[in-house]
Design a protein around this ligand. Structure first.
Ligand SMILES: NC(=O)c1ccc[n+]([C@@H]2O[C@H](COP(=O)([O-])OP(=O)(O)OC[C@H]3O[C@@H](n4cnc5c(N)ncnc54)[C@H](O)[C@@H]3O)[C@@H](O)[C@H]2O)c1
Length: 435
């Protein structure tokens, strides 16, 4: 086996939320890294030493890597072949047909086809549908005749780190590797061995299934309390009290809390199983539950306030989850669209995201209702609830599926919530439609 003439140790194709922290982490371990991305603004930001998004601790690593000049940048995927190990961290959305959209991966493969040589290793870090690693191996064999696992190496090493925890988890989370043929897994392990995390070798399809089913488990786990929240509203029960009854000192409890469950991974990874499921529709139903939470909240507002036309509604949080600046696939956007379709006057505040939003005081002033769409730490601070009660008034309807302040009400009035949160007796019922 010949080894390609390498001017770098590893190339990372796709410098997104996964690829950029990974490329920086490789470089920080002393590897010479080629970073590939077709977004000129992304390349410009990284080239100037600026993190284009929030990832805890990543700016410090970028500063070090920049100073050491261990990361070179390019927009040409074919340049990745200057490194022996090529890691693909491109996006893998799903089509609305409930099917993986592999166009970015196909496009990168086509760019690499002509320049791959014996000795190259292609590692798929993206989340992919079962069978995709074998497809990639078959594609290289079909078009170039390489014996995969002997001449050229193909493996899946799924990214399992949660946004915001990359640097904390890269050295601890077991790194699953599923290699094709005799030696692909071993070659990929040589690369990921620069991190401290244990490496677990398996087959490609088991690596693919382990990744997507970890996310399916989470997505389903959150759908259950969300469905329970809707059942509780119908039956006049308090979801937080029911959850406490389920979990309290019960060894087989463990139901999660409700919330707006979304994000790029959870919203689409289930489709990679659903596209050829033995129980078609089962996971779609899970998705429908999570997707209907914004509508449930809007309907709950209407039941209590009547028409939302011309009512001021403040939405706190645009990000898809707490303490991230990532808005992709956030259900807050869907919530806002639904509120606007009710002709409500919507103001939005989120201190984390890049999208400009109103200051907190401005968003809350005179609001008829406040919906907590993301449970950022700032919002969980009791001072935020106090600000709502002060600026929007005690009779402002607050929608908090996260139970940010321990008041244990999905729908409650600000004055009442302040007292409940303080552990005091609830205030007399506010004026308004029956709850
Ligand atoms: N974001 C997460 O927290 C997370 C966690 C685990 C797994 N994943 C998976 O990792 C993969 C990447 O996710 P992400 O969030 O980093 O995506 P992303 O959209 O943030 O990053 C993809 C990057 O690839 C670039 N790109 C697109 N097409 C290209 C091409 N043809 N050539 C070069 N560059 C190209 C884009 O400009 C972008 O910077 C996905 O499969 C995702 O499901 C993501």
């Amino acid at each position: 086996m010949s080894v390609p003439q390498s001017s770098a140790d590893v190339a990372v194709v796709g410098l997104g939320r996964v690829g950029l922290p990974l490329a920086l982490s490789f470089a920080d371990r002393g590897l010479r890294v080629i970073g590939v991305d077709n977004d000129p603004r992304r390349l410009e930001a990284v080239g100037e030493g600026r993190m284009p998004f929030e990832e805890t601790g990543a700016q410090d690593v970028l500063d070090r890597v920049h100073a050491a000049e261990r990361l070179s940048l390019t927009s040409a995927v074919a340049d990745a072949a200057r490194a022996r190990q090529i890691v693909i961290t491109l996006g893998t959305p799903s089509f609305s047909n409930i099917e993986i959209d592999m166009r970015d991966i196909r496009s990168a493969l086509d760019d690499l086809l002509g320049v791959l040589e014996e000795g190259h290793s292609l590692i798929l870090r993206s989340t992919i549908a079962p069978g995709t690693t074998e497809f990639v191996a078959g594609y290289l064999n079909k078009h170039r005749g390489f014996q995969i696992g002997e001449e050229v190496f193909v493996a899946h090493a799924p990214e399992r780190i949660a946004a915001g925890r990359f640097l904390a988890e890269i050295d601890t989370l077991p790194c699953i590797i599923g290699g094709v043929g005799a030696r692909s897994g071993e070659i990929a392990a040589e690369l990921f061995g620069v991190f401290q995390a244990p490496i677990v070798q398996t087959t490609p399809v088991q690596a693919e299934l382990a990744k997507i089913w970890a996310n399916i488990l989470r997505y389903t786990n959150f759908a259950l309390p969300n469905l329970l929240m809707m059942d509780c509203e119908r039956t006049g029960a308090n979801v937080f009290e029911v959850i406490d009854l389920i979990n309290r000192d019960y060894p087989r409890g463990g139901i999660a809390q409700p919330g707006l469950t979304a994000g790029t991974c959870l919203r689409k990874d289930f489709t990679f199983s659903e596209e050829r499921s033995a129980a078609p529709g089962m996971l779609l139903a899970v998705s429908r539950v999570n997707e209907s939470v914004p509508l449930f909240l809007v309907e709950g507002l209407k039941r209590r306030l009547g028409s939302l036309a011309d009512r001021r509604v403040a939405v706190l949080g645009l990000a898809f989850k707490a303490d991230t600046d990532d808005e992709r696939d956030s259900l807050a956007h869907k919530l806002i669209r639904l509120l606007e379709r009710e002709l409500a006057d919507v103001t939005v505040h989120d201190p984390q995201v890049a999208t400009p939003t109103a200051p907190l005081q401005e968003a809350l002033a005179g609001a008829d209702a406040v919906v907590v769409a993301a449970n950022h730490s700032d919002f969980r601070d009791p001072r935020t609830l106090a600000a709502i009660a002060e600026l929007a008034g005690p009779s402002c309807l607050v929608v908090d599926p996260w139970d940010c302040w321990g008041a244990a009400q999905v729908f409650g009035y600000a004055g009442e919530l302040v007292q409940l949160a303080a552990g005091a007796e609830p205030a007399p019922a506010q004026e308004g439609p029956p709850r």
